[in-house]
Design a protein around this ligand. Structure first.
Ligand code: IPM
Ligand code: MG
Length: 371
């Protein structure tokens, strides 16, 4: 398959982790005889520095013309504590989502058996947790009208949703549930918010088209608690933009590291793949960032184009790396590998078709050429 992939490394650790994902995709292309072409562009703080604009027109154009976008991370501390900043790196990401019409953000979360002990949550609570969050990505309070009064003493963010916006995401969530454990949980705040009541009504109506899928509802405050108390109860979580943002960071605790969580953002024409973590500025350039979230995002890219065998090999490679403790510092404090080395291991595994005889002994003896 021929694919044109726009690569937007972005800020902080974005470039280092994206480099590993590109390496992995090149390994997949080599092993399975695909033609993947990569083209890079700037976004976020890096783009503000270069052009004054967090999403330069050239970047948007490249992404719109590509089959897929691989996105790194966005954000820089110099903007975080400056509420008066006129341009912010995050606008680059938000404008990209809006500009490409990426209305569905899909965030799978699971507890890897090998990493159960890394989670601060008790093993018996998280064992078997396996869910996917369908977050609405181009509407709600993120994109409503914003204003600050002239005297600067009040500010407003408007939250609006339409039936169409709710329906197009909900169809994807129900279809995903049909292929999983057939349960959708709508998370809202329908006891308080008008938009949430519209979500509830719309999703309840639409669920009649999916009689094989069970639908239940949770208020977001309760959902936040249930996520920690009993995450195994969730299969597909369907929710609006801001609730999805918050719940997915919370859910990442189940996996043991936010450095593992991947996501896909899809629309009618475009698709973008990005880790859910941020730019982790303190780690920039140190070679300690976990590239796995970016690499698993690349696996979601492969799945998106029906390359399921290829995606499975990438996931196998990741599982094998976890199994053998070929991990960055966040997962293995005492004997860790650099961002680059983890990428090299995965690349080698993919190219050699998983035929390598690996064990901790020959790894530590340095017998592996790829380590
Ligand atoms: C995410 C991030 C973004 C969001 C930020 C960087 C704008 O937190 O993708 O979850 O809030 O959507
Ligand atoms: Mg977030």
């Amino acid at each position: 398959m021929k694919l044109k992939i726009a690569v937007l490394p972005g800020d902080g650790i974005g470039p280092e982790i994206t480099k590993q994902a590109v390496k992995v995709l090149k390994a997949v292309a080599e092993r399975f005889d695909h033609d993947f072409q990569f083209e890079e562009a700037v976004v976020g703080a890096a783009a503000i520095d270069a052009t004054g604009d967090p999403l330069p027109a050239d970047t948007l154009e490249l992404c719109a013309g590509a089959d897929a976008v691989l996105f790194g991370a966005i954000g820089h501390p110099k903007y975080d504590n400056d509420p008066d900043a006129k341009v912010r790196p995050e606008q680059g990401l938000l404008n990209l989502r809006k500009g490409l019409g990426l209305f569905a953000n899909i965030r799978p979360v699971k507890a890897y058996p090998k990493l159960i002990d890394h989670s601060p949550l008790r093993p018996e609570r998280i064992t078997g947790a396996d869910m996917v969050i369908y977050r609405e990505l181009t509407g709600g309070i993120y994109f409503g009208k914003k204003s600050t009064s002239e005297d600067g003493r009040s500010a407003t963010d408007v939250c609006t949703y339409s039936v169409d916006e709710i329906e197009r995401l909900s169809h994807l969530a129900f279809k995903a549930a049909q292929k999983r454990r057939k349960k959708v949980t709508l998370v809202d705040k329908a006891n308080v918010l008008e938009t949430s009541r519209l979500w509830r009504k719309t999703v309840a109506n639409l669920s009649a088209e999916y009689p094989d899928v069970a639908l239940d509802f949770l208020f977001v405050d309760n959902a936040a608690m249930q996520m920690i108390l009993d995450p195994t109860q969730f299969d597909v979580i369907l929710t609006e933009n801001m609730f999805g943002d918050i719940l997915s960071d919370e859910a990442s605790v189940i996996g043991g590291s936010i450095g593992l969580l991947a996501s896909a953002s899809v629309g009618e024409k475009s698709a973008m793949f990005e880790p859910i973590h941020g730019s982790y500025p303190q780690a920039t350039g140190k070679g300690i960032a976990n590239p796995v979230a970016s690499i698993l995002s690349a696996a979601m890219l492969l799945d998106h184009f029906g390359l399921t065998r290829e995606a499975a090999v990438v996931r196998d490679a990741v599982e094998e790396s976890l199994h053998l403790d070929v991990c960055t510092q966040d997962l293995n404090k005492n004997n860790y590998y650099s961002t680059e080395k983890v990428g090299d291991f995965l690349e080698g595994y993919i190219i050699e078709a998983g035929n390598m005889r690996l064990n901790n002994e020959n790894l530590s003896l340095g017998q592996m050429t790829i380590i």
